[in-house]
Design a protein. Sequence first.
Length: 254
Amino acid sequence: MEFVKLDVSNYIATITLNRPPANALNRQAYAELGDAFRKVNDMLDEVRVVILTASGKLFCSGNDVNEFNDTSRSEMIVQSGYFGDCLTAIYNCPVPVIGAVNGAAVGSGFCIASVCDLLVASEKAKFGTPEIKVGVVGGLAFLPTMVPTKVGKYMSLTGHLLTAAELERYGSIHTVVAHEKLMEAAISLANELLLCAPLALRAWKKSYNLIENLGWVDKEGITDMFVQDLIDTEDSQEAVKAFLEKRKPVYKGR
């Protein structure tokens, strides 16, 4: 891959967007980023958590406007397809995804951050949907996962960017750290997740995705379904034994 790097170490896959200087997304970059996340589906014995980050000063500046040869409806439909496939791959990644946001995440970069399960951010990071500045609409579906409705309206109607510290106050960012401590914080959070049984992590991740738009009864039914799937696994039994024996569990992913 030319614009995306995938590295695996100690059950953590690090996926890095690397398209300097702004990490703007063209169709190739969208395809490569989606492919990297789809590869995780075939690496579940090696990967239990993913960290998504970017190289350089920016996380992602959004779409690469140089790729828009025209602004016809057909052109936008094609571009939307690449965008949708990429974000769906991130959202549906079977293991938890930690976004390590190193700089500005705007436009489609904001959307990518929003579909990560957890976020850590550099104190230099900013977030927003400034599409109105160029007379278009974008990112509306992703604002509710990051900010309250009225804040989202202010951001989208003015193009104003929020700092990482502001988003942390709204609860959408787990922690904000000094820029040079970003990956250390992301790995620390990943290691916290790795203390949990991998099958349970994957079940929780899938449960969240399934229940987002369901009613209370349906949500409990899905939770019960995964409890039933997990209860007889070796890892579930090991977790109970380790808790009773006051020791660290040894998980085998089965």
